[in-house]
Design a protein around this ligand. Structure first.
Ligand code: ACO
Length: 325
């Protein structure tokens, strides 16, 4: 895909945390069940901040870290399944908040694959020189679309945002070596949130309501453990490297068991698959950039290393990039 470089990474999570024990006072669940089935210990929950607020905090951090001015941005993309509204896009709200007046903006809806879908789209714009400086953020306030009575989904998710600055720099050593995206629309009903219904009569008797999160957990589990290794193998083939050459696999953090099953299936050591789900739960489009930022800040991911980003989620969607960081 050419010399597309990740210039900076940044993240922001709301300060309020909710532990598994706290949830067990609200519903029939336990720390034991949640920890054993998912690896989650707590999640950050937003009180009073919407998705655009979290993303704006990330945007400001990215600008502060890089020294780039807001006016120098050509494009802002937000990947989210929990936007502030149908319209305007969350990206447009962020653009207004940071006064990035030159940037054109849009959201990407690919659930937990949103960040990797966004990275592919951004890279194509950058490669075509339609935008030279891009901000890509994955941000979610999933707590507002969750049915807090439904223990089968409520314990899994958390709120947060994280993102990257990207540029097209032909002289850079970093580049996106390969990108593979796939969608399995026949399985669209396996994971849904915010479903709307058309009117059944006119004038309507009731106002329309948004449906909270619904998921066939086992179907998604099965999908992820098969589709993600397939996607990674295809991306590595495209990049003309072997999976052994990959230093780190930054996978969507939906469930620690899924990540471990994928490392086993790919016959790759588990320490190449960092997991931070204990702290955040599943933050959908934010999960990969959150982990990426953590690895960069802890200097566990260094320039020149090969990192694979792979996401999966509603759609059903799956996507992978092989990046020379
Ligand atoms: N606490 C206690 N018990 C629970 C809970 C809970 N929070 N939730 C479900 N149970 C019970 C069920 O009722 C069931 O009880 P039963 O045996 O008496 O019927 C039992 O636990 C087992 O339930 P399963 O659904 O079979 O549990 P499973 O081992 O499949 O784990 C889980 C469920 C964690 C959801 C798993 O299937 C999973 O991780 N799937 C992938 C989900 C995922 O990745 N989703 C995100 C996709 S990304 C995106 O796009 C947002």
């Amino acid at each position: 895909m050419g010399k597309i470089r990740i210039v900076e990474t940044a993240s922001y999570v709301p300060s309020k945390t909710v532990s598994n024990d706290e949830l067990s006072h609200l519903m029939d669940t336990s720390d034991e069940w949640i920890s054993a089935r998912t690896g989650i210990k707590r999640r950050h929950i937003s009180i009073g901040e919407n998705t655009s607020d979290l993303c704006t905090k990330v945007a400001q951090r990215l600008l502060d870290q890089s020294g780039w001015s807001a006016e120098s941005l050509d494009m802002i993309i937000v990947a989210t399944m929990s936007p502030d509204s149908y319209t305007p896009s969350t990206a447009a709200i962020v653009q207004g908040n940071i006064a990035a007046s030159k940037a054109f903006c849009f959201d990407i809806s690919a659930a937990c694959s949103g960040f990797v879908y966004g990275l592919d789209v951004a890279a194509r714009f950058l490669a075509g020189k339609k935008a030279m400086r891009t901000m890509l953020i994955g941000g979610e306030v999933l707590s507002k679309v969750i049915d807090w009575q439904d223990r089968s989904t409520a314990v899994l998710f958390g709120d947060g945002a994280a993102g990257v600055l990207l540029e097209n720099k032909q002289t850079a050593a970093s580049e996106i070596l390969a990108s593979v995206l796939k969608t399995y629309g026949t399985q669209h009903d396996k994971l849904a949130a915010g479903k709307t219904m058309p009117l059944s009569e006119f004038p309507p008797k009731e106002s329309t309501v948004l449906h909270p999160f619904e998921m066939d957990g086992q179907a998604v589990y099965k999908f992820a453990t098969h589709a993600v290794p397939e996607s990674i193998n295809e991306a590595c083939d495209q990049a003309e490297i072997s999976v052994e050459d990959v230093d780190l696999f930054v996978l969507h953090q939906a469930n620690a068991r899924i990540v471990k099953a994928i490392s086993k299936r790919m016959k790759q050591p588990q320490d190449k698959f960092p997991i931070n789900i204990a702290e955040y739960g599943n933050t959908s489009a934010a999960s990969e950039p959150l982990l990426l930022d953590e690895l960069v800040k802890k200097e566990q991911l260094k320039r020149g290393q090969i990192v694979v980003l792979s996401g999966f989620g509603g759609g059903l969607t799956v996507g992978t990039q092989v990046i020379k960081f």
